[in-house]
Design a protein around this ligand. Structure first.
Ligand SMILES: Nc1ncnc2c1ncn2[C@@H]1O[C@H](COP(=O)(O)OP(=O)(O)OP(=O)(O)O)[C@@H](O)[C@H]1O
Ligand SMILES: [Mg+2]
Length: 261
């Protein structure tokens, strides 16, 4: 059974770069703000390349054992259970480590030999080193906007990867995405995209990250459920953006200007 391709609308040359990197067994680093299509992109690439996709959402407690595997107690016996990275290495899957900067620093010990020409995964607890199956590909993402001095991707990690930068799509492309994903009319999608562009041009403290394609789709879906457009935009776009009252007031003005009642 062949499943349908996850809907992904290219924004630049990202599909070409990814497929070239995959063909050369080079790992890939996806950089970009939230909601701009990184996850959807990887799903589409996994589909096109015919590889299973194993995704790991990284967090600050994520250890090497969480990625590689550990011994678990099973009815009195201890049994080794592969972690997601090990499964991907064995089966030749695409392994997507989402927000990789969040993972604990010691995970680089297993990521580095996998990310260079060695393509090896050392499993200390088993006293084994696995060589990645041919289809295996390591893909990591990170959001430069969330970076702090404490959390940056080490240069030795970044320089092992092919980088693809994601950003908000052009107006035409974004209108297409919002229409396709929500089922709304072109007019509503265009109004929402122009409102988002105005927010993206705002230069005010109190907004850490501006509105993504994701929130535009959510607003469009609320209108599909019968909510008037200004209310939908307030709920899906403005409210999640900031807790700062002054910024909120500024956004309310923009909303009245771009999406009048
Ligand atoms: N280029 C695109 N083609 C198709 N859909 C897109 C595209 N960009 C964004 N989307 C839509 O926006 C939603 C958010 O995208 P996605 O989840 O891939 O973002 P992300 O970059 O992974 O965000 P995060 O960093 O928060 O995980 C998707 O569910 C999809 O509906
Ligand atoms: Mg994502």
């Amino acid at each position: 059974m062949t499943s349908e391709r996850p809907y992904y609308q290219p924004v630049g040359n990202e599909e070409r770069v990814f497929k070239a990197a995959y063909a050369q067994q080079l790992p890939v680093l996806l950089k970009g703000p939230t909601g701009c299509g990184k996850t959807r992109f990887v799903e589409a690439m996994a589909h096109d390349l015919g590889r299973p996709l194993i995704t790991v959402a990284c967090h600050d407690d994520l250890t090497t054992a969480d990625l590689v595997g550990r011994y678990l107690l099973r009815g009195g016996d201890t049994e080794w259970v592969d972690g997601p990275l090990t499964r991907a290495v064995r089966t030749g899957a695409i392994c997507y480590l989402d927000e990789v900067v969040e993972a604990r620093q010691d995970t680089t010990v297993v990521l580095h030999p996998l990310a260079d020409h060695r393509r090896e995964l050392p499993i200390e607890r088993l006293g084994e080193t696995l060589t990645a199956a041919p289809g295996f590909c390591l893909v990591v993402s990170y959001n430069p906007g969330y970076q702090s001095v404490l959390k940056d991707l080490k240069d030795s990690t970044r320089q092992r990867m092919v980088g693809i930068e994601f950003d908000y799509p052009s107006e035409e492309v974004e209108i297409g995405i919002v229409t396709a994903e929500s089922g709304t009319s072109r007019q509503v999608a265009a109004d929402l995209v122009r409102f988002a562009q105005a927010i993206r041009r705002l230069d005010v403290p109190g907004i850490r990250e501006v509105s993504s394609t994701r929130v535009l789709i959510a607003a469009a879906r609320l209108t599909e459920a019968g909510l008037p457009l200004p209310e939908a935009a307030q709920a899906a776009i403005v409210a999640p953006l900031t807790d700062d009252r002054a910024v909120g007031a500024r956004l309310a003005e923009l909303l009245a200007l771009y999406l009048p009642d």
